[in-house]
Design a protein around this ligand. Structure first.
Ligand code: ADP
Ligand code: ASP
Ligand code: MG
Length: 412
């Protein structure tokens, strides 16, 4: 008898028919004798709808109230799935995050899980119940409802699996695993049977939304056996996230391509080329809680230089305003220019550690299509470039082909 946590995403529970299908799948597995904790998202589109209602009333709604509102989406689905299970004769019981006591910090809209009380779930499981838990939500020590950031139900699933020391955490979604890139953009993308934890972490952090980045971090920290599967197809083992590199296997150099449209680039022009300038520009940005991604400082000419960095597109205007307020105070600059139509494309693979020439191949491929690279950043297992958003899909497609990711066992 195994203890399994299964998480079903928004599309998988998008209609009552689909909820019934999920219930049938869960009932079959329960009948085989497994103990099951089921985590569900809100029905697809529901979280956006709920947040939209708040935005109708205020341009900057109170984050505490946003969490009160957004968390209701998942509360509906746990009740519906429990009813669907009961209709099939399965004992099922729903819990909100607060009822489980998924304790988080108080960072509304992006709270972090601090601890999980597993006693109540464990008692229900031992009594033969399927436990149905609302994803994406928790409660802080003062009793406020919190949410875990968009896509956060993945993190609830993995965190519950860690707390319960489950045999496996299965993320059921609308694709049958992790692909070499988003199959919606590149139809030739291939499903990977396995992917290393490090690669998955990079892909998730660079924009592949199939798993929320925090869920991957959590899985790594607690060594949760994590698998991505389709909720619509019955066959297949999906993609398993592995923690050991298999030395015996021919490792593909590149495992996947991630992309992110939500980038914006800001350039502070004509700043004095002297120590402290990065600090004076980025300090106020950090103080305003704006995350900076890539940074480039150009070589100075006649004592001046240009300083560029990227931020999330949603924080672009705020960042520009912060910097405008600093000119003549924190630093001197000739001008601040920006581009909020930037995008980032990244190739990821642990094979890069032992192979040279990946960057050259990436740049050559983009050059061949006339795609200008605006910024570059690298780590041991990834290369990212910032390009004009209008070339994003083309860039992903040509890179996918150049690195032969559509071929089985790609080994460039
Ligand atoms: P859910 O609602 O189940 O959480 P998401 O929409 O959050 O589902 O994530 C699944 C989607 O992630 C897929 O439909 C796919 O378009 C997208 N995606 C992006 N990158 C990848 C990838 N490398 N492999 C698989 N899916 C990906
Ligand atoms: N419902 C939340 C969202 O749309 C959480 C999730 O689906 O994982 O972001
Ligand atoms: Mg998701």
């Amino acid at each position: 008898m195994a203890l399994i946590v299964q998480k079903f995403g928004g599309t998988s529970v998008g209609t009552t028919d689909r909820i019934r299908n999920v219930a049938q799948r869960v009932a079959r597995q329960h009948a085989e004798g497994d103990q099951l904790v089921i985590v569900v998202s809100a029905m697809s589109g529901e979280t956006n709808r709920l947040l939209g209602l708040a935005k109708d009333l205020s341009r900057s709604p109170d984050p505490r109230e946003l969490d009160v509102i957004a968390s209701t989406g998942e509360q509906v689905t746990i009740g519906l799935l429990s009813i669907a299970l009961q209709e099939l004769g399965v004992k099922a019981k729903s819990y909100t995050g607060a009822q489980v006591r998924i304790l988080t910090d108080s960072a509304f809209t992006k709270a972090r899980i601090l601890s999980i009380d597993e006693a109540r779930m464990r008692a229900d499981l031992d009594a033969g119940h399927v436990v149905v838990v609302a994803g994406f939500q928790g409660v802080d020590s003062a009793g406020n409802i919190t949410t875990l950031g968009r896509g956060g139900s993945d993190t609830t699933g993995v965190a519950l699996a860690a707390a319960l020391r489950a045999d496996e955490c299965q993320i059921f979604t609308d694709v049958d695993g992790v692909y070499t890139t988003d199959p919606r953009i590149v139809p030739e993308a291939r499903r990977l049977d396995t992917i290393t934890f490090e690669e998955m972490l990079e892909l998730a952090s660079l924009g592949s939304k199939v798993l929320q980045i925090r869920s991957v971090e959590f899985a790594g920290k607690y060594r949760v056996k994590l698998r991505v599967l389709s909720s619509f197809e019955d066959s297949g083992n999906g993609t398993l996230i592995t923690y050991e590199e298999d030395e015996t296997m021919e490792q593909a150099i590149i495992s996947g391509i991630a992309f992110n449209r939500d980038e914006a680039k800001i350039t502070v022009m004509g700043v004095p080329d002297r120590p402290g300038i990065a600090y004076h520009i980025l300090g106020p940005i950090a103080d305003s809680n704006i995350d900076v991604d890539m940074i480039v400082q150009n070589v100075g000419e006649s004592g001046h230089t240009d300083f560029s960095f990227t931020v999330n597109r949603g924080e672009y205007q705020k960042a520009i305003n912060v910097l405008r307020g600093e000119i003549g105070k924190g630093f001197d600059a000739r001008d601040i220019i920006g581009d909020n139509r930037a995008a980032k494309v990244s190739v990821v693979g642990i094979g890069m550690r032992s192979h040279v020439g990946i960057a050259a191949k990436m740049f050559e491929t983009l050059a061949h299509e006339g795609i200008n690279i605006q910024m570059i950043s690298t780590s041991e297992i990834k290369i990212s470039v910032v390009i004009d958003e209008k070339y994003l899909e083309l860039a992903v497609r040509v890179l996918h082909r150049a690195f032969e990711l559509d071929q089985p066992q790609a080994a460039a």
